[in-house]
Design a binder for this molecule. Structure first.
Ligand code: NAI
Length: 243
């Protein structure tokens, strides 16, 4: 159990991040959710975490902003005291063919998905170092491992997460801090609501023959967050797509 420990979950208001928040709350972690968008979704997740007997609070903060993330991490420290775990899950897609991709679609996806994870690690690392411990899990994607046509920006951001994860893992290992990544395949969330399982072509690419659930990904995140001797790992949760 993790009573008294605090985990930050970016994008924790819904989808995979919401499930991660609930699972960590069930383990006894206090939960700080960092998100943008629908306040009702965030309030629901906070309430459902609190129902598990922990403290929870949601912070509106654009992870792409160095200043906003700096201020939000400071606020979380004031509200919760210490921070023991960070899950960089916030992410967006702006799909398009590379020959036509708008510059702003490239910039936005890289800023949220990759710089967002950097910003959060940047503003928590000193505390983790001082604590001589901390756990970081970044959400990548099979799209970053294999490349996905129509997702040059997203694939690049998620491949970047792999490099960020490994460099951070090496740099912070001597301080007792672990940093790992989870690379999901097709998971049923709002992000993938346009993909239906009636699409037999898609299902043929998944050896296990189905899309994943948020709980499949959350289990992997919890496993890595509670594994003191695993660092720099990229754990696929993809039904076998990228094996
Ligand atoms: P979602 O769209 O349901 O939720 C995204 C979350 O990120 C929301 O809580 C939103 O508030 C937050 N967010 C978005 N932009 C933000 C910003 N600028 N600052 C702060 N928070 C922001 O997405 P889903 O499906 O739950 O995905 C979560 C993560 O998993 C993402 O990083 C995504 O790339 C990754 N992933 C998802 C897959 C899927 O099939 N759903 C597959 C592989 C990876």
């Amino acid at each position: 159990m993790a009573e008294g420990k605090t985990a930050i979950v970016t994008g924790g208001s819904r989808g995979i991040g919401r499930e991660v928040s609930l699972r960590l709350a069930a383990l006894g972690y206090d939960i700080a959710i960092v998100y943008v968008g629908d306040e009702n979704e965030a309030a629901d997740t906070v309430r459902d975490c609190e129902a598990k007997g922990v403290k929870a609070k949601a912070y509106i903060c654009n992870v792409a902003s160095f200043e906003e993330t700096k201020n939000t991490v400071a606020e979380i420290r004031k509200d919760f005291g210490n921070i023991e775990a960070l899950v960089n899950n916030a992410g967006i897609t702006r799909d398009g063919l590379i020959a036509f991709m708008k510059e702003e679609d490239w910039d936005n996806v890289l800023s949220v998905n990759l710089k967002g994870a950097f910003n959060m690690i940047r503003h928590t690392a000193a505390l983790f170092i001082r604590n001589k411990g901390g756990r970081i899990v970044n959400i990548s994607s099979v799209s970053g491992l294999m490349g996905n046509a129509g997702q040059a920006n997203y694939s690049a951001s998620k491949a970047g997460i792999v490099g960020l994860t490994k460099a951070t893992a090496r740099e912070l290992a001597p301080k007792g801090i672990t940093c790992n990544a989870v690379a999901p395949g097709f998971i049923r969330t709002d992000m993938t609501k346009n993909i239906t399982e009636d699409n037999s072509e898609l299902l043929r690419t998944i050896p296990l023959g189905r899309m994943g659930d948020v709980s499949d990904v959350a289990s992997a995140v919890v496993f890595l967050l509670t594994s003191p001797y695993i660092t720099g790992e990229v754990l696929r949760v993809d039904g076998g797509i990228a094996m």
